[in-house]
Design a protein around this ligand. Structure first.
Ligand SMILES: N[C@@H](CCC(=O)N[C@@H](CS)C(=O)NCC(=O)O)C(=O)O
Length: 204
């Protein structure tokens, strides 16, 4: 039996889980779900109703993208050190910023109509640059990846969110003075790993 991954192709949390599973060499069967019409099988194993969710052959259920990533590498003994390299204080801090403050501003920038927020989308775009993109630029100026010369789980964890940010207003993003970050983003966007993680699967 293989693990089943309930996933949504364009969800950044699901993207990082798929990339981690592929990198760690863990076989999984992807079940693409409609977020508007979640399959009963998903809600039966994970009533909170977010993706990604990984159902293991043992019946164990992993309901958070970070847990899926950790499990992918730890269960395969992290032979290439992707998880270990991500434990540096710098990588951990950037990853935490991504999942908290950056995500907060990204949502309000991308979906202003969903939030009763007087500050406006542009304010949130600029805050997102301050809280994460500038610190990322500083780190990536000094080293090609967050793992150093070689990428780590934090690169995979953060990249889908930066991708989403860049896609809101590509021209505005392109004009930002963040050359190292843009080179890093372009590298991941062009990577065979990302291509594999984005292969379309039919909805169940
Ligand atoms: N903390 C969760 C967040 C996952 C999440 O919020 N996923 C979104 C899609 S990107 C979702 O499933 N939202 C539920 C919905 O839209 O109904 C994780 O890391 O896996």
């Amino acid at each position: 039996m293989t693990a089943v991954l309930y996933t949504y192709r364009r969800c950044p949390y699901a993207m990082r889980a798929r990339m981690a599973l592929l990198l760690a060499g863990v076989a999984y069967q992807a079940q693409e779900v409609s977020l508007r019409d979640k399959p009963p099988a998903l809600l039966a194993v994970s009533p909170k109703g977010t993706v990604p969710v990984l159902l293991l052959p043992t019946g164990e259920v992993l309901e958070q993208s970070l847990d899926i990533m950790r499990w992918a590498w730890v269960s395969t003994h992290d032979v290439d050190g992707w998880w270990a390299r991500a434990q540096s204080p710098e990588a951990q801090q950037l990853w935490a910023l991504c999942d908290a403050d950056f995500k907060h501003h990204l949502d309000r920038y991308k979906y202003p109509q969903r939030y009763s927020d007087a500050l406006g989308a542009e304010h949130h775009a600029r805050q997102a640059v301050e809280v994460l993109l500038k610190p990322l630029e500083a780190q990536l100026k000094a080293q090609a990846q967050l793992g150093g010369a070689t990428a780590c789980a934090a690169d995979i964890g953060i990249f889908p969110f930066v991708r989403q940010f860049a896609a809101v207003q590509p021209d505005w993003f392109e004009a930002l003075p963040l050359p190292a970050l843009k080179a890093w983003l372009a590298g991941w966007l062009q990577s065979p790993l990302f291509e594999r993680a984005m292969v379309k699967v039919a909805k169940s």
